[in-house]
Ligand binder design. Structure first.
Ligand SMILES: CCCCCCCCCCCCC[C@@H](O)CC(=O)SCCNC(=O)CCNC(=O)[C@H](O)C(C)(C)COP(=O)(O)OP(=O)(O)OC[C@H]1O[C@@H](n2cnc3c(N)ncnc32)[C@H](O)[C@@H]1OP(=O)(O)O
Ligand SMILES: NC(=O)c1ccc[n+]([C@@H]2O[C@H](COP(=O)([O-])OP(=O)(O)OC[C@H]3O[C@@H](n4cnc5c(N)ncnc54)[C@H](O)[C@@H]3O)[C@@H](O)[C@H]2O)c1
Length: 311
């Protein structure tokens, strides 16, 4: 165990501290004024975020921490997860986050043993299961169907679909055995609903996430565990930076709001679903696309618009 005040967590990862914060002399970062604490929707929640090292997962981690959650930031890339914990600033000190400091974890979500160990480590670190679980870990291996390799199919299904099965199952088992309520949010994609050229593997994985989450919602509701999917459209992250510009130009032309979304737009929807503000919502698929649902449905608001109006 790293010495208290060393600025390092139990694994030796950098604890969330503001740049230049000198732990030994400065003590813990100042606690928030009480009135702000009372406004925090996720005060005392422990949130496990996979894919927390980049893009949407990093934005989700930052947003949940701002709402008072303690974040267990997991990624295949340990250094990236540690960087996210660092970015969470001093909000993770024990003074402010009752559940303990934000902490980084490394795991490959497509491996059952790694996911089992991840949940064991999180519970050992915080003495409780995560009550909020957000699966953002994912990847693309785009190619036309006529040319797609079996390996490209297998890897995308293993991470994007099996990974969410493993994390959802392990988290639900921990919550049910401890009698705790929870909110599980799985990041799918609008592609899982409408398909996309060059993405038979990815679209299948994301469609599977929707069906998995709807079924989990039916089974886990009796345990007080809600399960919902978020379906982002094109969001500006490293994942979309690989898309040929001519394709981006085509798709942007179809987006009524005329621009790609930001990771923070997705984090808004995730935070709503993580909090009691969505206490009677489960099995839902919230689209965050800058478009009307189904890419042009008439007279409906997008998920982002609904979230913003609910504030
Ligand atoms: C009314 C219903 C509308 C439905 C619209 C659906 C839009 C979906 C938007 C997706 C939002 C969510 C994405 C999110 O989940 C995160 C990601 O998945 S980001 C990655 C998204 N990936 C793609 O969109 C695939 C992009 N394409 C490629 O990577 C390559 O084209 C590839 C498939 C690898 C093939 O490469 P290759 O060099 O062999 O061919 P070209 O790139 O030259 O492409 C040949 C022609 O095909 C056109 N093309 C390719 N992909 C798309 C596409 N996704 N949508 C439309 N057209 C596409 C490309 O423009 C070329 O056309 P042309 O010959 O006219 O130049
Ligand atoms: N960016 C978009 O336009 C968009 C749209 C819809 C859905 N999504 C989904 O949102 C999620 C996050 O995407 P992003 O755009 O932030 O991508 P990103 O590439 O920026 O981040 C993905 C993160 O997942 C991690 N990861 C990959 N494989 C992993 C594994 N096996 N185990 C653990 N971690 C792993 C990566 O290291 C990375 O940090 C993905 O599931 C993606 O499919 C993205």
């Amino acid at each position: 165990m790293a010495p208290r005040g060393s600025g390092l967590d139990w694994r030796g990862c950098a604890l969330a501290t503001p740049p230049g914060w000198d732990w030994p002399s400065a003590g813990c970062p100042p606690a928030r004024p009480l009135d702000m604490a009372s406004q925090l929707r996720l005060r005392s929640a422990l949130a496990l975020v996979t894919g927390a090292g980049s893009g949407i997962g990093r934005a989700v981690s930052v947003r949940l921490a701002k709402e008072g959650a303690t974040v267990a930031a997991c990624d295949l890339d340990r250094a990236a997860a540690c960087e996210t914990v660092w970015l969470l600033g001093g909000q993770g000190s024990e003074k402010v986050a009752p559940g303990g400091a934000h902490t980084a974890f490394q795991a490959d979500v497509s491996e059952a043993g790694a996911v089992r160990r991840l949940l064991e480590q999180v519970q050992a670190c915080f003495s409780r299961p995560p009550s909020v679980v957000v699966s953002c870990a994912g990847l693309t291996r785009d190619e036309f169907l006529l040319r797609m390799s079996e390996d490209d199919w297998d890897r995308v299904i293993a991470v994007n679909l099996k990974g969410i099965f493993l994390v959802t199952q392990a988290a639900a088992q921990a919550l049910v055995s401890s009698g705790c309520r929870g909110s599980i949010i799985n990041i799918s994609s609008i592609v899982g609903k409408v398909g996309n050229v060059g993405q038979t593997n990815y679209a299948a994985s994301k469609a599977g996430v929707i069906g998995l989450t709807q079924t989990a919602a039916r089974e886990l509701g009796r345990h007080g565990i809600r399960c919902n999917s978020v379906l982002p459209g094109f969001i500006t992250t490293p994942m979309t930076q690989k898309v040929p510009q001519k394709v981006l130009d085509k798709v942007i032309g179809m987006i009524p709001m005329g621009h790609l979304g930001d990771p923070e737009d997705v984090a808004d929807a995730v935070t709503f679903l993580a909090s009691e503000d969505s206490g009677y919502i489960t099995g839902a698929s919230v689209e965050v696309t800058g478009m009307r649902p189904s890419w042009g449905g008439r007279g409906q608001r997008s998920g982002t618009q609904m979230i913003r109006e609910s504030r």
